[in-house]
Design a protein around this ligand. Sequence first.
Ligand code: URA
Length: 252
Amino acid sequence: MTPDQLRQYLEFYRDLGVTTLYRREPPAPVAPSVEVAASVAPAPQPARPPMNELELPSLAPAGDTLLKIREEIGDCRRCRLHEGRHELVFGSGNGESRLVFVGEGPGADEDEQGLPFVGRAGQLLTQMIEGTASKEGIPLKRPDVYICNVVKCRPPNNRTPEPDEMETCGQFLFRQLMAIRPKAICALGGTAAKALLGTKEGVTRLRGNWHKWRDIPVMVTYHPSYLLRPYNQNAKREAWDDLKKVLHFVYD
Ligand code: URA
């Protein structure tokens, strides 16, 4: 295993929330019986297996695709969120896009239709993407990007997903991102930022600057639902600025 592969494994485990790893010693050789031990020279100690023989779970199945990931999720009952859902919301848009938007989780409209960001927040997101692109002279429509969420099932009463729900569903988000391998990711709101960057830092502090998920640049910006509240209108300008940066970085 090369140092780069090892780094990728460690980053993968960190993203899944695994922060402590233990080094496993090879099993001790079985001691020979007393009679045999008296007549036979001590058996040589087995050498520690070389690194490339260690068995580690794969980072993601080789040749992973969005279709395979969706099939593996199936009629998911891995966490309590399945109890109240109507439709699982996997993601939509261009699966080969250079840009992926990650939200928090489906709301009522998304749960009804099985598609991400189709309610009021979704309409604002569409306006933000298409409006900014058109103003900046970038020929981009919403179906050209890929949009998904940290959790695929609607949390009851639109509450914030719990850490265990984010962890369970997060593995599928990470596989989606690895399968697409976009040039940049735009994290919409604090839950997406936390899932991707593993930080508790708020959006106000994170937004406007580039961060990284693995080796992919991540821009954090305000969640469109936050921007819909009348008292957050100043944030709208900042979100538009963030999006401008993302679009120029990806499409220039
Ligand atoms: N909010 C989200 O975070 N995601 C959606 O899909 C809709 C609203």
